[in-house]
Write a protein that binds this ligand. Structure first.
Ligand code: IPE
Ligand code: IPE
Ligand code: MG
Length: 241
């Protein structure tokens, strides 16, 4: 059975593929990074809206394992934006009851960024109002592969046997091990694909694709998308009476 956040109203766990920053900037004849900065400002508004909307867990896709294919300028600009975001937002996140976690492979990230990520996780570890998870250098296939590798190592060490390998055990080796599965995945900018986000965890998630570019995605639109989720019937493979 998929595990889900146990909330009566609204989707307990919303995951967002924040797409469209580049096109937003392009429309204004500005460099792509201008769009990424505008996008980062939106994150604050969406996180702040979560408690009132019944969203306990918010997981956002900030940088994929495939995004390294972009120009060096854009990649470096994004990495510096992530550092600035953490430095600038840490205090407010702490004060507002937000617990921050990061998922993705940290091995390829700059040590300074990784240190800031570790510090923010530690700083906010006692918060429980909203659980914000930021995916940086994250790819669903990469995550499952890393989990399989660690599982194989446990078997090699004799701490597990091949008979212990089931969906539940594998989940415990994923980056998301402490998170419920997403109830709803939203993608902005009109693209209707998953782009390697939460492949395992979204097996039974609902999807909403909206045309709005991420820097234009307001808390009002967020609330509207969540209310349309409330009208759906989820069956998880069963026939409902
Ligand atoms: C999403 O916006 C942010 C990241 C992938 C880092 P894009 O940069 O993909 O914007 P578009 O899709 O080119 O408009
Ligand atoms: C997905 O967006 C990754 C993030 C939002 C961080 P992309 O813009 O990288 O995805 P594709 O290339 O359009 O599939
Ligand atoms: Mg994109």
């Amino acid at each position: 059975m998929p595990k889900h956040a146990d909330l009566k109203t609204g989707p307990g766990h919303v995951a967002i593929i924040m797409d469209g920053n580049g096109r937003w900037a392009q429309q204004r004849n500005r460099p792509r990074l201008f769009g990424h900065h505008a996008g980062a400002r939106r994150v604050r508004e969406i996180v702040a809206a979560c408690p009132d909307l019944g969203v306990k867990y918010l997981t956002i896709f900030a940088f994929s394992t495939e995004n390294w294919k972009r120009t060096q300028t854009e990649v470096a600009g994004l990495m510096s934006l992530f550092r600035k975001y953490i430095e600038r937002e840490a205090k407010a996140l702490l004060k507002n009851g937000v617990r921050v976690r990061f998922i993705g492979d940290r091995i390829r990230l700059d040590v300074k960024l990784v240190r800031l990520m570790d510090e923010l996780e530690l700083l906010t570890a006692d918060n429980d109002l909203v659980h914000l998870t930021i995916a940086i250098n994250y790819g669903g296939r990469d995550e499952v592969t890393r989990a399989a590798k660690r599982l194989a190592y446990e078997v090699e060490m004799g701490r597990l046997t091949h008979n212990d390998v089931d969906a539940e055990t594998l989940s415990r080796f994923l980056d998301t091990r402490v998170l419920p599965d997403p109830d709803l995945v939203i993608r902005t900018s009109g693209e209707a694909r998953i782009s390697n986000f939460l492949l395992w965890q979204s097996a039974y998630s609902e999807y909403e694709f909206v045309d709005t570019l991420w820097p234009d995605f307001t808390a009002v639109e967020f609330a509207r998308v969540l209310s349309s989720y409330g009208r759906r019937e989820r069956r998880f493979g069963a026939v409902l009476a």
